[in-house]
Design a protein around this ligand. Sequence first.
Ligand SMILES: [Zn+2]
Length: 247
Amino acid sequence: MKETLVENRLKHLYALQHVDSQLQEIQELKGDLPNIVANLEANVDELKTKIKELNNTIKKAKTDRDSADGEIIELQGKIEKYKGQQLQVKSNKQYDALTREIDAAEQRSSKLEKEMETLEGKMQLAKADIETFTVQLEEATAEFGERQKELKEVNKEHEKEERKLHHEREKLIVRIDKPDLERYERIRKAKGGLAVVPVKRGACGGCFNRVPPQRILELRQNSGLYQCEHCGRVVVSDQIVETSMAV
Ligand SMILES: [Zn+2]
């Protein structure tokens, strides 16, 4: 039989399906590992960020505490000075004015002491959190390293095969018309990776529903692209399956 255009389209689509199925199989062999590694890496990054933020919190609290401490020392100096002046003033009015200054300085000073306490508490909490997160980070980093190594080995194992398949895929894709390719990708996405299936014992190789005998006859004649009326997959004849590998 002379090779028709439809026959070529079907052969290329089936060949592409074959390549994609093999790629999918490799992905399945790798299982959850790529996901696990990505999650572990995100976990490590998150812990690093948390520790960094806590260190910044401590740094800021320290600066604030030191500045409060400095101001308290300054206020104590002022209070001493006012008390000294009180011994020398002549009028009650001057004396009372100094008393008010002393009260204000003492109030400010005790407010700053409370602030310092709060800041100290904040630093202690942050330090405790850093310790906890550091232990977690060590564990997460170790696990990430281990799993990453595992993934690298698995990747290496399939690297050659994958590269070969990707190469085949590229060669096939340029030979397939855009509408066919888009239809193929759409069905593949919707149907768990399987878009082109052979007829098996009179049934669709994807959903196993019966294909009408008249359709099977038409399929053998490669008169057009036939999509299973139950699952929508493109159904091809045995002849296409057998010859597509030679494409
Ligand atoms: Zn079907």
